[in-house]
Structures are given as C-alpha cells and as structure tokens.
Design a protein around this ligand. Structure first.
Ligand code: ADP
Ligand code: MG
Length: 244
C-alpha cells in the first residue's frame, strides 16, 4: 500500500510483509484466501483487523503467528524471514515471541485461574508470576477460582493473563470478544489495551465489530483476501468509551 513507503525502512518494522498470498486447495476448487498483501507494522502498535467473514483475517493472523504457511510472498519478523524457516525454527519463534487469544478460552476446567496461568509460566524463560499476570487483567481477586466459577469475560481475561505471562512481543487475538456481550467485551478489551500500553506488546486484534477499531493505532481492512484499507488512527479511544 502507498503508506508503507512513508513508514520507513524494513529494519524499523516489527513485521515486514511482501506479496503475501495464500491459496487453499488446487485446481477449480482452490480458494485464494490472501492476495498479494504488502504491509509494514511497527513495534508496540495496537492494530485492529476488520473485514467480513471469509475475507482472510484469520489466515493472515495464522501465517503471521507461524501456525500456517504462505503459498507465496514473505513475512519478516525483526528482519528474520518467517516464510523461510523450517518447522523447528518456526516453533521456536512461536514459543518465544507470540501468544494467541481465540474466541473460546480453552482453559483447563479442573485447574484454578492461577494454575491455568502456571501451565505457561512453568515452561517460559522469563515469565511473570501468575499473580502478576492475573493482576494485569484485573483478576487478582479471582485467582483461586475455577473456570466454572467465572463469567465468560473473566475466563477470557484468564486466557489473556495466560497469554501475556511469558512476556511475548506479539499478541494475536482472533475475535476475542466474539462470544461476549458488550459490557463484558469492553473489560476484555481493557485488559488487552492495558497490556499493550504497559508492556508495549504489539497487538493484532481481529474483530468484525467496526466500533472496536476506535481503540486501535492502526486499522486494516480485508475484503476477499485483499488488504483494501490501511490507516492510522491518531486519537485512539479507551475501550470504556466504545459503545455497541
Ligand atoms: P476470516 O477469518 O476473515 O473469516 P479466513 O481467513 O478464515 O477468513 O478464510 C478466508 C478464506 O479461506 C475463506 O474463503 C475460507 O473459507 C478459506 N479457508 C480458510 N481456511 C481454510 C482451510 N483450512 N481450507 C480451505 N479453505 C480455507
Ligand atoms: Mg476468522
């Protein structure tokens, strides 16, 4: 996009993406999920990805997160070409640098909030304590609760605490408020906003709710696999100001 040239050299970008294309399947049934996406993303940005269902948002996030491979094109992360890594190196990247948050929380039902977060802090290199991570998302008073004793929004905040506890450089969130009502959703967005502001964690947040774009520094919109809009949002709103 025209913007990328003015955003400076590749070296300053956290992600530098060139001609990213993803085709699922072959022949007449092939689906072009991403078409020639070019993009530079800076460190510490809060980025919201918009677009109708099937427009390629999840495919984009999964490739950026090293969960899926590209058909063609390149993705660089801090100058490292992800699209050229073997699966061992890609796993290393995923383990050290990125965390995912999905629509469904995937907590272990038999473990408390603290224990769910501990699953990650026990294997990460320089983790927060579960207490610190849960405090960041406002759940210090729910630390010994089991998932069944928490609301949907609280469970999602435990999932966010689990995701941030390893201090990833990047948080990739695919419809994290998709299953929540607006009041609960705002709390979840506040947790993501706080992590982004306090830790500088670059955050990519997929939503089909255009209102949520107001909390971003940068807004990307996909349509039919193409990046059709890429704009800055200089006066980002606090999640509590969002209404839907
Ligand atoms: P979004 O997240 O914006 O809803 P997706 O990235 O999930 O869009 O999907 C983009 C397109 O790729 C859609 O047409 C979808 O049906 C197709 N697609 C996604 N994943 C697969 C897959 N594993 N196999 C085949 N087609 C897929
Ligand atoms: Mg999706």
């Amino acid at each position: 996009m025209a913007n990328s040239a003015t955003r400076g050299a590749e070296a300053e970008s956290l992600y530098s993406i060139h001609g990213l294309t993803k085709i699922y399947g072959e022949g007449p049934t092939a689906v072009k999920a991403l078409r020639n996406v070019d993009l530079e993303l800076p460190k510490s940005a809060m980025v919201v990805l918009l677009g109708a269902s099937g427009s390629g948002k999840s495919t984009f996030l999964n490739i950026v997160g090293g969960l899926d491979d590209a058909t063609s094109g390149q993705v660089f992360f801090e100058g490292l070409e992800l699209t050229a890594l073997d699966s061992t190196a890609l796993t290393e990247y995923r383990r050290n640098s990125v965390s995912f948050v999905f629509q469904f929380y995937n907590l272990v039902a038999s473990l408390t909030a603290r224990e769910n977060v501990s699953l990650i802090t026990e294997i990460a290199e320089n983790p927060m304590t579960p207490e610190e991570a849960l405090a960041m998302v406002g759940l210090e008073s729910r630390i010994d609760h089991f998932p069944s004793q928490l609301s949907g929004g609280e469970q999602q905040r435990v999932a966010i605490a689990r995701a941030i506890a390893k201090r990833p450089k990047v948080m990739l969130c695919d419809e994290p408020t998709g299953a929540l009502d607006s009041q609960t959703g705002v709390k979840v967005l506040e947790a993501l906003d706080q992590v982004n502001r306090e830790l500088g964690t670059t955050t990519l947040l997929i939503t089909h709710n255009v209102v949520i774009a107001d909390m971003a520094d940068r807004i990307l919109r996909f349509a039919d696999g193409e990046l059709v809009e890429d704009r800055d949002n200089p006066d980002r709103s606090a999640p509590a100001e969002l209404q839907w």
